[in-house]
Design a protein around this ligand. Structure first.
Ligand code: NAP
Length: 249
């Protein structure tokens, strides 16, 4: 049984990835800030006959990630899915907001890669999948800090893919457009009165030429494939999963 680590596995895309990886027969180790949400994911996996555990971890903290990874003996694959959003143009983005997004979305990926790679090498190789975004490739309005962080997710992926070829480590990333997760519902709830939410949901759906948002399970399918040996010839790639939003708009 392979040991796969998934950050942000307590919610949305990360949860769907954990469930899909468990269906493939992997043991899934969920790292999440919110231990109760991660434990809920573990419950769903076990109910379906899979194997999983949850460890509380703040990916933005070097000490937290170091401590958690010290207790994990074998790492076959790592999916860096934990991430936070930020809305604003460069001139509205405060230095504090820039640091907050950098801490989770950039340093969080760095921390997990940094502590996972030696264990992957010990085990003879592995697969890394980083959750980027179409914001890394396309200028999206008012997403200055977020786009910075997702661009870094893509370039860290390329750097690792290049540097650890000889050690049998593959690194790829995924660039989704809008995916319908609790994050999207929370955004609508926070920013729009109830009577406007359905219209806004429709507008966000139509942004993707295919006419809807993606499903977490669709991203999970791609992530599980990239973690698996079926993707043995794939490294250094950034996959669009976007209903045509990157190239067809
Ligand atoms: P989500 O539902 O908000 O899930 C994110 C998860 O990451 C949550 O469980 C969250 O825990 C956890 N997390 C946040 N900060 C953390 C930290 N410091 N340490 C450990 N865990 C932390 O988000 P999602 O929509 O599934 O997004 C998942 C990833 O996909 C993100 O990287 C996001 O940028 C990317 N993405 C999403 C979309 C989209 O449309 N949804 C599109 C492109 C890319 P808490 O709930 O406790 O904060």
């Amino acid at each position: 049984m392979k040991n796969v680590i998934v950050t942000g596995g307590g919610s949305g895309i990360g949860r769907a990835i954990c469930q899909r990886l468990a269906e493939d027969g992997n043991h899934v180790v969920i790292l999440d800030l919110d231990e109760s949400a991660g434990t809920e994911t573990v419950g769903l996996i076990k109910e379906a006959g899979g194997s999983a555990e949850c460890l509380a971890c703040d990916v933005s903290s070097t000490e937290s990630v170091q401590e958690v990874f010290a207790g994990i003996l074998k790492i076959d694959a790592l999916v860096n899915c934990a991430g936070i959003a930020s809305i604003g143009k460069a001139a509205d983005t405060t230095p504090e907001e820039m640091d907050r997004i950098y801490g989770v979305n950039v340093k969080g990926i760095y921390h997990c890669i940094h502590f996972a790679i030696p264990k992957m090498i010990q085990g003879g190789g592995g697969a890394i999948v980083n959750m980027a975004s179409m914001a890394a490739k396309v200028g999206i309005q008012e997403r200055f800090a977020y786009s910075m962080s997702k661009g870094a997710a893509v370039s860290m992926t390329l750097s690792v893919a290049r540097d650890y070829l000889a050690e049998g480590i593959r690194a790829n990333c995924i660039c989704p457009a809008r995916i319908h997760t609790p994050f999207v519902d929370g955004y609508l709830e926070k920013n729009y009165p109830e009577e406007e939410r359905a219209g806004m949901f429709q507008k966000l759906s139509e942004y993707q030429p295919i006419g809807r948002m993606g499903k977490p399970s669709e991203v999970a399918e791609l992530a599980a494939f990239l973690c698996s040996d079926k993707a043995a010839f794939i490294t250094g790639s950034a996959y669009d999963i976007d209903g045509g939003a990157t190239l067809l708009r």
